[in-house]
Design a protein around this ligand. Sequence first.
Ligand code: APR
Ligand code: PHB
Length: 391
Amino acid sequence: MRTRVGIIGAGPAGLLLSHLLHRQGIESVVLELRTREYVERRQRAGILEHGTVEVLRASGAGERMDRQGIPHQGVELRFDRRAHRIDLAAGTGGRSVMVYAQTEVVKDLIALREQADGQVLFEAEALSVDGADTASPSVRFRQAGAEQTLDCDVVVACDGFHGIGRRAVPDGVLTVSERTYPFAWLGILADVPPSCDELIYAHHARGFALHSMRSPQVSRLYLQVDPSDTTDNWPDARIWDELDARFETESGWTLGRGPVTEKSITPMRSFVAEPMRHGRLFLAGDAAHIVPPTGAKGLNLAVADVTLLARALSHWHTRQDETLLDAYSETALRRVWRAEHFSYTMTSLLHTDPAATAFDRRLQLSHLRYITSSDAASASLAENYAGLPVV
Ligand code: APR
Ligand code: PHB
C-alpha cells in the first residue's frame, strides 16, 4: 500500500489533517486502532476556541457545529460562595468559544472523509514506523489479523499519548518535560438541562468542580477527586451532594439533578515532547503534548498543530519548498507552551492541593480575587481561554 501522507490515529488531529490535506489535493491514509463506533462514542472535552471554530468553518467542517453548537461569550469563576463572570468577548475584541463536543467534531470529520472517499481504516493497528530518517518512511500495521506496510512520503503520528508514533523516535532525540498533579477529575454526563447559561469553574475548600454542558438537555459535570479514587466510591447521590456543596452560593443557586448516563475518572498530566519531528515523522496533538483539562486546550492544540502541518505539507507538495515543514516544530511549540502555562495556571488556581499550606491557600484566593476584579487580569485570562490566533 502506498500514500503520500500516512496518518496514525483517527482522533480530531488525524481526521482533521486528512480532511485539510484532501482539500489541498493531497491524499492520505488514516490508520485507527479502534472501531468507528468506539471513536464516535468516546467522551472527551467540549470547548472550541474561537480559532478552532474558524478553522473548522473555513474547511467546510462547521455546518453542524454552527447549527448545534452553543456560542459562549463568558465563563464564571465561583469562589467564596460568589459568582464572578469573566467576559471573554470584552477582553479579546469579540473573541468567544463554542460549546460543541469533541466527539461530535469527530463524527462530522469521519462523515466528510467518507463522502470524499477518503481512506480511514478502522481496527488497523499501527505497529511501527520504519525509516523515519529516510526519504521513504513506512508504517507497519495489522488489520483483520494480517500485517501490511503503508509506504509514505511522510508519516504523521496523531495517535494520542499512548500511541506508538512518539516511541518510534530513537532514544535521546526527544526532550520530555512533564508534571503530574495530585488530583484527577471524576466526570459525568447527565440527562438534565444545564443549571447555568455559561460554564462554571468553582474553587472550594472541598475541591474543584466544573459545570459544563453538551446541549440544552444534557449537562457535563466534573469533580476534583484523588487520583487513586474509583467510580465505585461515587454512587450518583454522593456525586450530586458533593457538587451541591462545591457550587453552593450565598444567593441560593441550585443545581438540577438527572439520570447519570456516563461516569469516569481521568488523571491529570502536563507533558511535552520536543521537537515534534524526527526526519519524515511528525508528531501532532496528544502524541506530542498533554495538558490538564482545566484550560480546555487539548483539542484546540491538536487542531492548531494539524492546521500548521497541512499548510506546510501543501507548500512542500506544490512548491517543493520545505521551509514551513522545517519551521513546524518550533512554530507549534510556541503555542503548545503558551497553552501548557495557561492550563497549569488554571489548574493551580482552581484546585485544592492536599499538600497546600495556609500561605498557599491565601495566595490562591488573592489571585482569584485579582483576576475577577482587575480588567487587565481578566482580559489576560479571556485572551488565553478564547485562544490566540491559530497562525
Ligand atoms: N494504531 C492506530 N491508531 C492508534 C494507535 C495505534 N497503534 N494508538 C492509538 N491510536 C488512536 C487512538 O485509538 C485514538 O483514536 O489514535 C487516536 C488518538 O486520538 P486522540 O487521543 O483523540 O488524540 P488527538 O487526535 O491528538 O486529540 C487531541 O484533545 O481533548 C483532548 O485528549 C483529548 O483526544 C483529545 C485530544
Ligand atoms: C467539557 O465540557 O468537557 C469541558 C469544559 C471545559 C473544560 C474541560 C472540559 O475546561
